[in-house]
Design a binder for this molecule. Structure first.
Ligand SMILES: [Zn+2]
Ligand SMILES: [Zn+2]
Length: 316
């Protein structure tokens, strides 16, 4: 029997949502403490490939180009710059992969939780029928993460995670550092080819000339491919932040019901504070904006409400 306090309307019910696993009580442990990691085989494989490609570039840069070089200053400067950028790229990848993107607590659509929100009469809240949580504004359900994610932009298999409110900074840094190491690689390959053409091919690398050419051409392809891909992603992400509109909202053509921030305010919110060097560090923590629903204490245990749209009635 429906509670009179929580009179409900069955609207926006989709056929795909009608045959779902029954809602389970909130998992008490998974939402606290444990490191975030999405168990998706495709994403894990893509993540491992990403690390492998960075290590391949490291190998060619160090053992084919820099160590055999006779110019110590050239090797030292390029070695420090390349390794520094590669380290930041991998650190950003790790943070993007293992940071909770802004998951809404699972199974908090209980009567007690809704009462604790102290909503105003006439206010409507939405329940996600897939993960049985109360959906804050701008949250979307991700079928890979199996959770509703606040300000979800997209699910990226390369970082095996959703890009959302609390890990977007790390994803932007990841695309930026990968674009920078790709550009750096390409410049070094061009210089190395010129150097080898002028000098004797047998002396410009510790590998045989055919092996050197193959390793350099493969690195060239990798660098070009990732330079284009990550530059486009970086530009798209910065545009999304600046316009305060996620990729999903843009795709769906959703009209903004939220108060849009100015470009600079949105950048400060995404990067965790006023402009400083910490914007470029994958190790600095975020002090990001929280949606009103998230400020409420965790849901008390209780029976999960069955309806997808819950309207708080006006008092008589
Ligand atoms: Zn959901
Ligand atoms: Zn996801």
């Amino acid at each position: 029997m429906k509670s009179p306090v929580h009179r409900c309307r069955d609207v926006e019910r989709q056929a795909s949502n009608l045959q779902l696993d029954p809602c389970v009580p909130p998992p008490r442990l998974s939402d606290t403490g444990a490191m975030w990691f999405v168990r998706d085989a495709c994403g894990i494989v893509c993540g491992v490939i990403t690390w492998f490609l960075v290590f391949y570039a490291e190998f060619v840069v160090l053992f084919v180009m820099l160590l055999p070089s006779k110019n110590l200053t050239y090797s030292l400067v390029n070695g420090v710059v390349f390794n520094g950028l590669a380290f930041f790229a991998l650190a950003s990848h790790f943070r993007a992969m293992c940071t909770d993107p802004g998951a809404v607590p699972k199974g908090n659509a209980t009567k007690e939780f809704i009462e604790s929100l102290q909503l105003k009469p006439g206010q409507v809240v939405y329940k996600c029928p897939k993960c049985c949580s109360i959906k804050p504004d701008r949250a979307h359900h991700c079928s890979v993460c199996k959770r509703c994610i606040r300000k979800m932009d997209h699910h990226c298999p390369w970082v095996n995670n959703c890009v959302g409110e609390t890990n977007q900074k790390y994803f932007v840094l990841f695309t930026m550092y990968i674009a920078l190491i790709s550009l750096h690689c390409l410049l070094m390959v061009v210089f190395h080819f010129l150097y080898c053409f002028e000098d004797d091919w047998t002396k410009c690398s510790s590998f045989s000339p055919p092996a050197t050419v193959i390793l350099l051409i493969l690195l060239c392809f990798e660098g070009l491919l990732f330079l284009i891909f990550t530059s486009v992603m970086f530009g798209t992400q910065v545009h999304s932040i600046c316009t305060d509109e996620t990729g999903i909202e843009r795709l769906k053509g959703e009209t903004a019901t939220w108060e849009k921030l100015s470009c600079w305010e949105a950048m400060k919110a995404a990067f965790g504070g006023p402009f400083s060097l910490s914007w470029f560090s994958p190790f600095s923590e975020l002090t990001c904006r929280r949606t009103p629903l998230e400020q409420v204490p965790p849901a008390p245990p209780g029976d999960i409400i069955e309806e997808d749209v819950i309207e708080i009635p006006y008092e008589r």
